[in-house]
Write a protein that binds this ligand. Sequence first.
Ligand code: HEC
Length: 106
Amino acid sequence: MRSFAVSVALAILLSTAGSAADPKAGKIVYDKSCKSCHGADGTPNPAIEKMLKVKMWDLKSKEVQSRTDADLRKVNIEGEGKMKPVAGITGPAVDDLLAYVRSLAK
Ligand code: HEC
């Protein structure tokens, strides 16, 4: 019984630790992997739009920010339409990146 209580406490601890996404860590990922196309603050790079012949949404915009976490998490790393998947973002970095993209709205 005691070990059960301990594992429950541990599970709660681990799950809250896991959901504590860090937007500061996310910014490092963003600056490295996204900024060249999406700008320092989410404003699309016009040269990329022209080159790919596509209209990109501003990541600060309501159109992007109103998407669900699950949806945005997926697009951020798998891309969509003319955005190719971005390699090398795994584990906690995925949530950190999402937290950073969300923070652009504010
Ligand atoms: C090589 C340029 C490039 C890089 C690097 C890139 N993206 Fe994109 N991204 C695009 C383009 C182009 C679109 C628009 C795709 C379309 O609509 O066909 C897009 C779309 C998006 C969208 C959906 C909004 C929209 O405009 O449709 C999100 C969210 C997004 N990117 C996040 C990210 C994140 C986060 C990263 C870094 C991990 C990243 N992108 C890296 C080019 C890029």
